[in-house]
Design a binder for this molecule. Sequence first.
Ligand SMILES: [Zn+2]
Length: 283
Amino acid sequence: MKHSDSRTTDSFHKEVLLALLLVILTLASGFAIQVLLQIQDNRRAEQRAGLLMLDTLEEFETYAWNERAYHRAAAERLTSLPAKKQARLDDLHLDLLTIVSAASPMKDGYVPELGTVVEEYQLDARCAAICWQMMQDCRAENAGYPMICSAYRTQEFQQELFDNKVVRVMMERYCTIEEATALAAEEVAYPGTSEHQLGLAADIIDETFPYLTEWQETTGTQKWLKEHAADYGFILRYPPGSSDITGIIYEPWHYRYVGEKFAHEITNRGITLEEYVAWRRGR
Ligand SMILES: [Zn+2]
């Protein structure tokens, strides 16, 4: 009896050990996958951060196209949004809180009523003069030397950039127009996915440092804008550490008009437009 009991205990121990081993193996493989994913994420973040250390506008343009291609791929994964959600995105389309991104492209044919900010730069008529006033006030307070370097972009301009890319690819690779179109799409954004096409976004930089890099945040203009933009209805659209939510890297120069009330609510909460819109929808 004793002998048999001890054998039963032995096999019980073996089963427990086996079960434990299985649990450990499962946990370990899960952990390993997590680590691998994290490494991959870090590598991508590093690559993107590394690319940010650019000091010419030309380099930045190249970077920006790649960045957009990345987001377009993300958008393609999101095309199967439930109809209800799609309808809600449409409801907000002409609102000041409209989100335009690779994941949420614009409706075809939307052209805002435009007003001139300065020289050839135009914005939605609701904020063009306000944007100009904001830059004037920054200057008047001797805080910085703001200048605008990108404002409203037309669908045609974006289309032109895309078409030029297709032609270049065809010449470089001697391929068909279909192949060239697919390849061009990896580098140049399809028209309709840039917030600049809404007419509510402006890239404002400091004359003393006219570069689109993260260092832009150290300029007097950006320090002043960060403090006062909400009083004029503008928000820092792509704040640091929010690219997971916005899908866009930190852009200290990109300001978006949402109106004073919303701008204060968003700025005071320290959240992104995406989070604010989600919160409003959920109320
Ligand atoms: Zn911009």
